[in-house]
Write a protein that binds this ligand. Structure first.
Ligand SMILES: [Ca+2]
Length: 235
């Protein structure tokens, strides 16, 4: 779904504040207000560009709403993927923030230095990985609790995304119990669901962030399973 959203115009920011970057107005988000889980809100802002500039100043900020009639900026650390996730309010302008090599349409958490996309089509591990690598990407690398918490919050922020489970980077196919990322780096952080991993040698060698309990904790999954997936673009 995210790939189908249209971009309207670029709003340039003061280059003294950050090296590269811009806000992208998501045309699909006209007249949409998301009132939940915002980071913070300020009042008495007269232009939406001011909201974009303020969002750029905070590395946690991924998207911002300018509520014109209230002259307020509403900052978020997630990207809202669907108008159905918000309420309708005339005059609200929505911007997503990307910088550097993270292209529009991706979720860019500058604080965590990750750039990624959720893919809401359910396909096999091999096909999902092939889709990521076709763009020079890999499955999302979750190597600390902050990234896990952020990605879970991002998934939960979308009414469509939160109904799925996702392939993430990491495998113990080469050596059972020795989990490594795509580049061979040993994994040291895990967000296993209770009782996982469950696989024995040669089976369940891949990581799935499971929708069970709406927690998106991990289980070890099989290569033949069909799941949704998250691709990450290196910056
Ligand atoms: Ca295994």
């Amino acid at each position: 779904m995210i790939r189908t959203l249209l971009f309207l115009c670029l709003v340039h920011y003061a280059p003294a504040w950050i090296n590269t970057g811009f806000g992208v107005k998501w045309k699909s988000f006209d007249d949409v207000l998301v009132s939940k889980s915002f980071m913070f809100e300020i009042t008495n802002v007269y232009k939406s560009t001011r909201c974009v500039l303020l969002c750029l100043q905070n590395e946690s900020c991924v998207s911002v709403f300018y509520r014109r009639q209230h002259r307020r900026c509403q900052f978020h650390d997630v990207l809202f993927m669907s108008p159905e996730d918000g309420e309708q309010e005339n005059g609200t302008m929505y911007y997503s923030l990307t910088t550097g090599d993270c292209v529009p349409g991706y979720i860019h958490n500058r604080l965590l230095n990750i750039c990624y996309q959720l893919h809401l089509d359910k396909i096999s591990y091999d096909d999902a990985l092939a889709d990521c690598t076709s763009r020079g990407e890999h499955f999302a690398v979750i190597d600390n609790a902050d990234k896990q918490n952020h990605v879970v919050k991002q998934i939960k922020s979308s009414s469509a995304a939160r109904t799925f489970s996702y392939f993430l980077d990491g495998s113990d196919a080469a050596n059972e119990g020795q989990w490594v990322f795509h580049d061979g780096r040993p994994m040291t952080y895990f967000a296993w669901r209770s009782g996982n991993p469950t696989g024995s040698a040669g089976e369940k060698d891949y990581i799935v962030a499971s929708k069970l309990d709406n927690a998106f904790l991990w289980r070890d999954g099989r290569q033949t399973e069909e799941k949704n997936y998250i691709c990450q673009k290196d910056l």
